[in-house]
Design a protein around this ligand. Structure first.
Ligand code: MN
Length: 265
């Protein structure tokens, strides 16, 4: 799948996400890029992306990766993303995927197979990761899942899209909940989702509310409240007088508060 589906879902006049018009292109085979982006959208999930043939193959992992080989983490195969998206961290203001994106891990990957395309087609891709948090040998296995009718237009939209992400047993495996143990950004030191939202120059979403109540809505409320606290604290420590920057900050605070109101609807 090329980038048509990615582009179709997004309006690049309204989003700071890269358009993918200028792919950097793949480096050598054993130096391909990988990343995991922690993405708070309609639900919190972790997007695993592997650079291949000039795009980022992408799987959305609701519970995130696990270092425990006993855990089989559901990984929904989603549309390819442009290479440039790989180190994106920030706020997607509206539309598809609206929410906050953290670069949770990045590094390089290499296949543990001679023929990646054949492995993908077969639905069994073994590979090694060299990230900050994720290392060693892993496998993505497509599940037979809900594929009732396998041909024609009546085919389930999810058919063939559900895979499992499993850690192989090696020195990098262990009973550590890595998403809890290492929850923060690898791009912005010590940043959590609220810090990314409160950053000096994040785009704030303007359109569709990213979540409507429920657990995710409450998580947004907490994160928005934290972002406001961080901005208050930054204001106190960096602005001795209430001179010029106050207005800009006030505007930003109003924007965040407005976004919060939308999210709570
Ligand atoms: Mn996502």
């Amino acid at each position: 799948m090329a980038l048509e589906e990615y582009k179709k879902k997004r309006n690049f006049a309204k989003t700071p996400e890269p358009s993918g018009d200028k792919p950097k292109g793949a480096k050598s085979k054993d130096q391909a890029f990988f990343c995991v982006q922690k993405h708070l959208a309609s639900h919190l999930h972790y997007d695993l992306r592997l650079e291949w043939n000039g795009v980022l193959l992408s799987w959305a992992v609701p519970k995130g990766p696990s270092l425990n080989p006993a855990d089989k983490r559901l990984a929904m195969h989603v549309e390819d993303h442009p290479i440039e998206y790989g180190d994106f961290e920030g706020v997607i203001p509206e539309g598809y995927g609206a929410g906050i994106v953290m670069l949770w891990d990045q590094g390089t990957w290499e296949p543990e197979t001679d023929d990646v395309d054949a492995s993908l087609k077969k639905g069994d891709l073994k590979f090694r990761l060299k990230g900050y948090k994720l290392k060693g040998s892993w496998v993505l296995v497509r599940t037979r899942g809900y594929a009732a009718g396998r041909s024609g237009a009546g085919r389930d939209a999810d058919s063939g899209r559900s895979w499992l992400l499993i850690k192989h047993r090696d020195d990098w495996a262990g009973p550590i909940d890595i998403t809890t143990f290492a929850p923060l950004s690898v791009k912005t030191p010590d940043a959590d989702l609220a810090d990314i939202l409160a950053a000096d120059n994040p785009a704030i979403w303007r359109g569709n509310p990213p979540a409507k109540g429920g657990d995710t809505g409450q998580m947004f409320q907490r994160i928005i409240a934290r972002a406001l606290e961080i901005q208050h604290a930054n204001q106190r420590s960096s602005a001795p007088s209430q001179a010029v920057p106050a207005k800009r900050t006030a505007t930003k605070r109003a924007k965040i508060a407005k976004a919060g109101k939308r999210a709570s609807r």
